[in-house]
Design a protein around this ligand. Structure first.
Ligand code: SAM
Ligand code: SF4
Length: 468
C-alpha cells in the first residue's frame, strides 16, 4: 500500500473559507491525502485566501514566503511539495500570484475546488496550473462528503454553506467579483448534508452564505424556498438542537425570517446583522440600499419577535467622504442598538470596486483614530450585554476541552464562550450553567444544580470530539 500523502490547508478570512477548506480536504481524502495540523512535512500545502481587505491579501504573500522556504528545504531532501493558492485572492489575482511567488504550483478560485484532483494532476504534468473560471456545473454536486470520522473529529458544531456569491454590489466590497453571482443550493441537498452531520453527532448547525438571508434555493417541489422555510425544515432533523445563520443583509430581513426568531425554538437568540455605518449619507454612498431608520426598524421588529436577541454587526470606518459628523452618527447607532458585539474595520480600497475610485478618501490617521473610538464604544456595549448574563442560568452546548484539566468550553444561546468545570462526557450535551464570573469578555460558570444531578446519572459517553 502506498504511503498516505500529507495535506496542510490554511484558511484565511471568513467561515465560508473554513467550510471550503474542509470540503477540499474531503475531496482529496479518496486520493490518499490525510490532513495534518502543521505545514512542516506536508506534501501539499493549500492556502485558502481572503481578499476582503488589503491586509488580508498581504498576509497570504507573507505566508507564501514561509512556505517557499519549506518547499526549498524539502527539495534539498529530494521531496516535492506542491503549493496551491485557493480562494478569493486566487480568483482576483490569477496568474499574477505565480509571477509574484514562483514557488506556487497551482492557483484556483472558489468555484473550482471540486476540480482539485484534476488540477493537481495537471500541475504534476505541466509544472503549473491556473483555474479561475466560473464553471456552469455546480461544484457542490462534485464534492465528496466528509467521512463519519472526519465529521466527528471536527466537533459538535458545523457550518453548512447554503448560498454563495452576491448580487448586491456594495461599493466597498469585492465579494460579487471574487465569489460571483448569487447562487442558492437546492434544499434537499442541504438537508441530506445536515442529516449526515447529525448522524455523526453534530448538534448545532450554522447555515452560511455571503448574503445568507437572500437564500432562495429550490425546494423538493421545485419551487424556491426562503431561508425561513429551510430553517423550519432543518429544525426537524433528529439530534439537531441549535440553529444559527450568517451573514445577513438588512435588506433581505423579511417578515417570515423575523417570525422564525419567534416561532422556532431551535433558532438561537443571536443574529449577526452588519450595518456598516450609522450615517444615511455614507450608507447611500456604500450602495447599501437601506437607511439608518430601516435598520432600527428591523431591530425593533426582531426584538418584538425575540426580546433577548443578541445582535452583532460589522462596521467600516473611514469610507470615502465620511466626515466627523457621519462618524458621530455611527457611534450614536452603537449606543442606540446596544450590540452584544461587533467587528469593525478601517475602510480598505479594493481594486476594481467603485469605492476605490471615489474622491475624498479618508486619511489613514483619521481612520485609525475613529476605529479606536468605535472599538471602545463596541467594547462598552458588549461588556454591558455580558454583565446582564451574570448570575443567570443559560443552556450551554459543550464543544471541547478547555485549556485547564477538567474544564470544558461551550457556547451560550447568545454565542458567548462559557468555561465550566465539567467532565468530557458532556461534550455534545446542552446543559444549564449558572454564570458566576465574567473576565475579559469570557464567561465562567458552574453546572446548575439540576445539571449536576442529571450528570451523576449520565453513563453514556455521547460524543468526544478532537479537542476532548
Ligand atoms: N454580506 C455581508 C454584509 O452584507 O454586510 C458582509 C460580508 S463581508 C465578507 C464581511 C465584512 O467585511 C463586511 O460586513 C464589511 O464590514 C467588511 N468589509 C468588506 N469590504 C471591506 C473593505 N473594502 N474595507 C473594510 N472592510 C470591508
Ligand atoms: Fe459584499 Fe455583503 Fe454587500 Fe454582498 S451584501 S456586496 S457580500 S457587503
Amino acid at each position: 500500500m502506498s504511503e498516505p500523502r500529507k495535506l496542510y490547508v490554511k484558511s484565511f478570512g471568513c467561515q465560508m473559507n473554513v467550510y471550503d477548506s474542509r470540503r477540499m480536504a474531503d475531496t482529496l481524502a479518496p486520493q490518499g491525502y490525510v490532513e495534518i495540523a502543521a505545514a512542516d512535512d506536508a506534501d501539499l500545502v493549500i492556502l485558502n485566501t481572503c481578499h476582503i481587505r488589503e491586509k488580508a491579501a498581504e498576509k497570504v504573500y507573507s505566508e507564501l514566503g514561509r512556505v517557499r522556504r519549506l518547499k526549498e528545504a524539502a527539495a534539498a531532501d529530494g521531496r516535492r511539495v506542491i503549493v496551491a493558492v485557493a480562494g478569493c485572492v486566487a480568483q482576483a489575482e490569477g496568474e499574477e500570484i505565480i509571477r509574484r511567488a514562483p514557488a506556487v504550483d497551482l492557483v484556483f478560485g472558489p468555484q473550482s475546488y471540486h476540480r482539485l484532483p484534476e488540477l493537481l494532476a495537471r500541475a504534476a504534468r505541466a509544472g503549473k496550473a491556473v483555474d479561475t473560471e466560473f464553471p456552469i456545473d455546480d461544484k457542490f454536486d462534485h464534492l465528496a462528503a466528509p467521512t463519519w470520522e472526519a465529521t466527528r473529529a471536527r466537533g459538535v458544531c458545523a457550518f453548512v454553506t447554503v448560498q454563495e456569491g452576491c448580487d448586491r454590489f456594495c461599493t466597498f466590497c469585492v465579494v460579487p467579483y471574487t465569489r460571483g453571482a448569487e447562487m442558492s443550493r437546492p434544499a434537499a441537498k442541504i438537508i441530506a448534508e445536515i442529516e449526515h452531520l447529525a448522524a455523526a453527532g453534530v448538534r448545532e448547525i450554522t447555515l452560511i452564505g455571503q448574503n445568507v438571508n437572500a437564500y432562495h434555493g429550490a425546494g423538493p417541489d421545485g419551487r424556491p424556498w426562503s431561508l425561513a422555510r429551510l430553517l423550519h425544515r432543518v429544525a426537524e432533523i433528529d439530534r439537531i438542537a441549535r440553529l444559527r445563520y450568517t451573514t445577513s443583509h438588512p435588506g433581505d430581513m423579511g417578515d417570515e425570517l423575523i417570525a422564525a426568531h419567534r416561532d422556532l425554538p431551535a433558532l438561537m437568540p443571536q443574529l449577526h446583522l452588519p450595518v456598516q455605518s450609522g450615517s444615511d449619507r455614507i450608507l447611500a454612498a456604500m450602495n447599501r440600499r437601506h437607511t439608518r431608520a430601516d435598520y432600527l426598524d428591523i431591530v425593533r421588529r426582531l426584538r418584538a419577535a425575540r426580546s433577548d436577541l443578541a445582535l452583532t454587526s460589522d462596521f467600516i470606518v473611514g469610507f470615502p467622504g465620511e466626515t466627523e459628523s457621519d462618524f458621530a452618527a455611527t457611534l450614536d447607532l452603537v449606543e442606540q442598538v446596544g450590540f452584544a458585539g461587533a467587528f469593525s474595520f478601517k475602510y480598505s480600497p479594493r481594486p476594481g470596486t467603485p469605492g476605490a475610485e471615489m474622491a475624498d478618501q479618508v486619511d489613514e490617521a483619521a481612520k485609525a483614530e475613529r476605529l479606536q473610538r468605535l472599538q471602545a464604544a463596541i467594547d462598552r456595549a458588549s461588556a454591558a450585554f455580558n454583565r446582564r448574563c451574570l448570575h443567570r442560568t443559560l443552556d450551554v452546548l459543550f464543544e471541547r476541552a478547555g485549556r485547564h484539566g477538567g474544564q470544558l468550553v461551550g457556547r451560550s444561546p447568545y454565542l458567548q464562550p462559557v468555561q465550566v468545570a465539567a467532565p468530557a462526557a458532556l461534550i455534545g450535551e446542552i446543559v444549564p450553567v449558572t454564570i458566576s464570573e465574567i473576565a475579559s469578555n469570557s464567561l465562567f460558570g458552574t453546572l446548575a444544580a439540576n445539571a449536576a444531578r442529571d450528570m451523576a446519572r449520565h453513563v453514556e459517553r455521547p460524543f468526544v470530539g478532537a479537542g476532548a
